[in-house]
Design a protein around this ligand. Sequence first.
Ligand SMILES: [Fe+2]
Length: 275
Amino acid sequence: MNVSSVSHFGALVVPSDVADIRELHIEELRALVREHHLLVLRDFFAFDDAVSFADYCERWGEVSVWPFGKVLELVEQAQPVDHIFDNNYVPLHWDGMYRKHVPEFQIFHCVSAPAGHQGGRTTFSNTASALERAPRSARALWERVTGVYQRKMAYYDSKTVAPVVTKHPARDYNVIRYNEPPTQGDESFVNHPALAFEGIAAADVAAFHRSLRDALYAPESFYAHAWRTGDVVIADNYTLLHGREAFATGAPRHLRRVHVLGDPPLDNPHLVAYG
Ligand SMILES: [Fe+2]
């Protein structure tokens, strides 16, 4: 395989000797994800269906099972009951924040990509980089803040309380855990979570969000992935935050996503209520 950079972080892997993704060594790929935080595997022969995709993900570790199964079908719905099935943008967040276990890896398979002009890139922010690059004053502000998040949807009714700056669960560096409030207001979202940010004066909350957003979206720490049909993307959910850009309604955007737990699985350290 040939490895190159996709952005300031992330690695692009394309075939050289083998063409089938299943022939790549998982341990080699796992080391690449831990080093680069994001892997884009492009132009490989991949998966015909959700079952073969899930079977492949099992080789990465314990797959998190949801009420719908192992594979989430991310596709626009005509009458979405939740914004993830809408075509609007999704603010930065980390997966599993409302679940009992926080997955280490997200694995995506792009069944069908929208055209370039239709939007729908998946956004990733490297929070370790954002922290390293932050001015001391901004970092000091972020370290005082705790996010309080509540979300009720089909699969849970949870409350999560997470300091914005926290230790990576397995490595010796800090990361940011943050569910960004929607920039366009809650009203454009179906079933948006309730968010509150505590630890600083109300007058400082706007400056907090502004400085954190500036850091998370700075070109050195941010990457938006434009999907190509067949792409397999593996993301380090412990270090990155992710979201989605809006896309044209009716665009043929179909992703499959699986959560792979760490070894050992990470008990969600921020979950205070789960129902
Ligand atoms: Fe997500």
